[in-house]
Write a protein that binds this ligand. Structure first.
Ligand code: ARG
Length: 285
């Protein structure tokens, strides 16, 4: 009898406190700029994040990561601010407290999870090894790349895949995935490790790009990165991800992003500065 009563009253207390948490959700976390959700992303990664040129000829950030970021901001009652950052610099900006979230197709690896928190997965994808279409039949294994140039994005898990699978190649780190695609096509690079769905997306607009074979990787899927210790924001982000997956909006964001990224006359593969102006970038190694 007694036990049952305790159990009942505990349930009531739990329900009560859960109600309190959710009604006080907005107040249970801070963001780096009040009233804003500041996110960092590296827009070289269609259909996740890229530039699409609008009717006025202006490059605009697009992609399903951007749509998800907008949804999170809307649901949390915050104004979205997107900061374009080269992929290799996003986690540093997060650690320095300059952005709230890294939304850039992040693979939640155990090594990264030692220093950062990750949301639940919002997308599942795999990895691929790519070459130029004209070399499609020239290679049969990674050994063939000994002494050749193999590219991967700086700071990405693909760079690790290159070190692991093509240790005898000349591994070249580039800041942007779009530069890797260009260098494969113009022959500067002989091979490259790229996220599979991203490579397939660019292969639509650049038919000279060939997705040669799949690459195994244990941390498949993408998650949002947060600075450690921001439990309130992590919970809120996971809540929105769960809803966006369940109500079908995530699927719509992905379809919309794929359609925009395939509109090849209107994509922009460069960078914009903080004022949204086109940046003329020098080629980087
Ligand atoms: N998933 C890979 C990683 O986490 C690559 C992500 C690259 N993202 C980008 N927007 N370029 O390392």
């Amino acid at each position: 009898m007694m036990k049952k009563w305790i159990a009942l009253s505990m349930t009531a207390a739990m329900v009560l406190s859960m109600g309190m948490i959710s009604s006080a959700e907005d107040a249970s976390f801070n963001t780096v700029a009040e009233g804003k959700l500041t996110i960092g992303t590296s827009p070289d990664f269609a259909p996740y994040e890229f530039y699409h040129i609008d009717e006025n000829g202006t490059p605009q950030l697009a992609g399903f990561d951007i749509a998800l970021a907008q949804r999170i901001a809307d649901d949390l009652g915050l104004e979205l601010k997107v900061v374009p950052i080269d992929f290799g610099g996003i986690l540093t900006e997060l650690q320095s407290g300059n952005i709230d979230l890294g939304i850039s197709g992040f693979s939640p690896t155990p090594e990264r999870a030692e220093t950062f928190d990750f949301s639940d997965l919002y997308y599942t994808g795999g990895q691929a090894f790519c070459v130029a279409m004209e070399n499609k039949d020239a290679f049969s294994s990674y050994e063939d790349f000994a002494g050749l140039s193999v590219g991967a994005q700086t700071g990405s898990i693909q760079y690790g895949l290159a070190e692991e699978n093509t240790p005898d190649a000349n591994i070249v780190g580039l800041t942007k995935v779009t530069d890797i695609v260009m260098e494969l096509i113009n022959g500067t690079l002989d091979g490259a490790f790229i996220e599979k769905d991203v490579a397939l997306q660019y292969a639509k607009n650049y038919p000279d790009l060939c997705v040669l074979w799949d690459v195994e990787f244990d941390s498949e899927g993408s998650a949002i990165a947060l600075k450690k210790g921001n439990e309130g924001l992590l919970d809120a982000v996971n809540g929105v991800i769960a809803q966006a997956l369940e109500d079908g909006s995530m699927g719509e964001y992905i379809e919309e992003a794929q359609a925009l990224a395939s509109d090849e006359e209107n994509t922009y593969e460069g960078m914009l500065d903080a004022n949204g102006e086109v940046v003329q970038e020098a080629e980087t190694e």
